[in-house]
Design a protein around this ligand. Structure first.
Ligand SMILES: [Zn+2]
Length: 59
């Protein structure tokens, strides 16, 4: 499988809704978590963004 076919294969996964989801925590959430530990962890988890690492779509 060459690079282009590999890329196409990954995009097909995304197109069928099979995204490679990663969680990204917001800066505010991280600061709250440190300053207001342990209550700040609630901020951390509410300030999370899920994104696909392949196509960048929000999930
Ligand atoms: Zn995707």
């Amino acid at each position: 499988m060459d690079g282009k076919a590999y890329q196409q294969n990954l995009m097909n996964l995304c197109a069928s809704g099979n995204h490679d989801v990663t969680k990204k925590y917001g800066v505010c959430g991280i600061i709250c978590a440190i300053l207001l530990f342990p209550c700040g962890l609630i901020c951390l988890f509410s300030d999370v963004e899920k994104r696909c690492v392949r196509c960048g779509a929000k999930v």
